[in-house]
Write a protein that binds this ligand. Structure first.
Ligand code: IPD
Length: 272
């Protein structure tokens, strides 16, 4: 039988806190082992790898039967068990906001989520620089420091502060910049903080009204997406599709439709 979401969240919290400590301490000691991945601006550091290895080891110890999907090491924990009822898969981004980490900007996070039968049921995002921490369990609400989170109640898209992010591929960035150029005159303003998981948490607490981005990976979205949804945001893609790599829109019910329609009209999910 599947473990309760609260039980998985307890494990996630312990693991994410230790992982965030490692990331912070390694930053103080100095960023090392910087290499690039998909493009020359898509960086990875020794800390990304070390933190993910630590998370993998901690999860293996706590729940040896589970599988894990991570940004740096892909799938681990044995063969795919997604068809096994009650199987748990963890999804980890060891450092979301790696460029901020590189520059010492205090906006990088450990993101850890637990999926049961392919549905995210528990998630934690911890800002490793500040110690701020957001959590959620499916159906149990989203919290920060014991306070239940509620998203913005803004009703006017023209007054909305909207967060977004950009991929690392230059052709994709050209498309994303075109979308943004059309969007920005129609909203209050845009914010680009540099860590998708934190963007979703900021939307969860109403620090921004909404968030959208094309090109997110599962590890960027899993924990933050649940936190945002549990705070009342609608988290989805275009035309009834689930949120995913094509597009993630996280918006309060009052803003979802106008933002969705605008982004659809601008072909925000299209391009490279
Ligand atoms: C990136 C950040 C960024 C977002 C990118 C992500 P990483 O993750 O979340 O804000 O715009 O799409 O790839 O590379 O820092 O883990």
């Amino acid at each position: 039988t599947a473990p309760a979401p609260g039980e998985l969240l307890e494990i996630a919290l312990v693991v994410a806190r230790e992982a965030a400590d490692t990331a912070r301490v390694m930053r103080v000691e100095g960023v090392s082992g910087v290499t690039t991945k998909s493009t020359r601006t898509d960086v990875v550091t020794a800390a990304d790898r070390a933190v993910e290895r630590q998370v993998l080891a901690a999860l293996r110890e706590a729940r040896p039967q589970d599988t894990v999907l991570g940004e740096e090491y892909g799938d681990s924990g044995g063969p795919d068990r997604s068809a096994v009822p009650g199987a748990v898969r963890w999804i980890v981004d060891p450092i979301d906001g790696t460029v901020n980490y590189l520059y010492g900007l205090p906006q990088y996070a450990v993101s850890l989520a637990a999926e049961v039968d392919g549905v995210v049921v528990a998630g934690v995002v911890r800002n490793a620089a500040t110690g701020d921490e957001w959590t959620a369990t499916r159906g149990g609400g989203a919290y920060r420091a014991g306070r239940r989170l509620r998203c913005s109640t803004e009703t006017d898209l023209g007054q909305a502060l909207v967060a977004t992010g950009f991929g690392y591929d230059s052709a994709r960035r050209v498309h994303q910049a075109r979308v943004l150029a059309q969007l920005i005159p129609q909203i209050r303003d845009i914010r680009r903080f540099g860590a998708a998981a934190l963007d979703l948490c900021l939307a969860a607490e109403g620090a921004v009204d909404a968030y959208y981005e094309k090109g997110l990976a599962a590890w960027d979205l899993a924990a933050g997406g649940l936190i945002a949804a549990e705070a009342g945001l609608r988290v989805a893609g275009l035309a009834g599709a689930a949120a995913g790599p094509d597009l993630v829109i996280a918006a309060p019910p009052t803003l979802f439709e106008p933002l969705h329609d605008l982004l659809a009209g601008l072909d925000a999910s299209g391009g490279p």
